[in-house]
Write a protein that binds this ligand. Structure first.
Ligand code: SAH
Length: 286
């Protein structure tokens, strides 16, 4: 258990998602991650932009029929089902939220893929799988919730077979070199209301990877594509919360959330808070 009270604690993260994820997925295009837009003229819906990001990570892994993929922090199962349906791979998803697992398994059922896709309750900090038992690992916007990213990656590296790939996204601090017109969103507030650890600093994935015996294939800043997400999320969620009862966790997020000026700045400028896409590889035995 973590001794630093500012670090997220898995059980608390599970309770947070039990209470919030039905609404998050409703206002985030069906999954619980950023959307990926090609630019200011891209009029994709949130769902299309969200599926595009899942597709980009799936393409990094390139699983084939018969491959076994682990989805760490599977949310309500939309990305995992999309990956399995598109590629023919088998997928095991885990979440620390019991509600996530329930919804994800009924999705697999209704999409007719229970023979290849299953979701279970587990803690990523201590994976209940044997060594070298997965061909690839997907961790789409989940590692930022873990109290120790190196421990999470150590577990992932352990269950991955030699030569296997990991594709993940994480939240990173950015040095834009551009004067911020609005106050940047306060990191401590984001961390507290969203139950996350702090932002990744430049270059940190190289040291994480070498600490757990993985190789860095790619670290790409995708913030210019994901930055269209916040205004499309906070606006409609605010509107919904005006007319409907929402869980206290969501009220806190809305109260602490970015101002209209900050949202505008995120789209027009270069955000100081962003998203990175990371691909890692477990070295093959030679
Ligand atoms: N990948 C999904 C969900 C992202 S939200 C999607 O893109 O839609 C973050 C997810 O990580 C939630 O499902 C949350 O329960 C899960 N999570 C966070 N910490 C975890 C932990 N320690 N162990 C397992 N799952 C965790």
């Amino acid at each position: 258990m973590s001794t630093d009270s500012s670090l997220p604690e898995p059980e608390g993260v599970g309770t947070f998602y039990d209470a919030t994820n039905d609404l998050f997925t409703r206002f985030l295009g069906g999954s619980t991650h950023y959307g990926y837009w090609t630019g200011p003229d891209d009029d994709s819906t949130f769902e299309q932009a969200s599926e595009r990001l899942t597709g980009i990570l799936t393409d990094k892994l390139r699983p084939g029929p018969g491959d076994r993929v682990l989805d760490v922090g599977c949310g309500m199962g939309k990305p995992g089902v999309q990956l399995a349906t598109r590629t023919g791979a088998e997928l095991v998803g885990i979440s620390i939220s019991a509600r996530d697992v329930e919804v994800a398994n009924s999705r697999a059922q209704s999409e007719g893929c229970v023979d290849r896709v299953r979701f279970q309750h587990a803690d990523a900090m201590d994976l209940p799988f044997s060594d070298d038992s997965f061909d690839h690992v997907l961790a789409l916007e989940s590692i930022q919730h873990m109290p120790d990213r190196v421990q999470a990656l150590k577990q992932i590296a352990r269950v991955l077979r030699p030569g296997g790939l990991v594709a993940l996204t994480d939240f990173a601090e950015r040095h834009t070199g551009e004067p911020q017109k609005a106050e940047p969103t306060d990191e401590a507030t984001v961390v507290e209301t969203w139950h996350t650890a702090g932002l990744i600093k430049e270059g940190e994935y190289s040291s994480f990877a070498s600490a757990v015996g993985l190789e860095v294939v790619e670290v790409t800043d995708i913030s210019q594509n994901t930055k269209y997400t916040e205004p499309r999320f906070y606006g409609p969620l605010h509107e919904y919360a005006k007319h409907n009862e929402v869980p206290p966790e969501i009220t806190k997020i809305l109260e602490a959330g970015p101002s209209e000026e900050q949202l505008k700045q995120m789209i027009e400028g270069d955000p100081s808070f962003g998203v990175i896409l990371v691909v890692l590889r477990k070295p093959s035995h030679d």
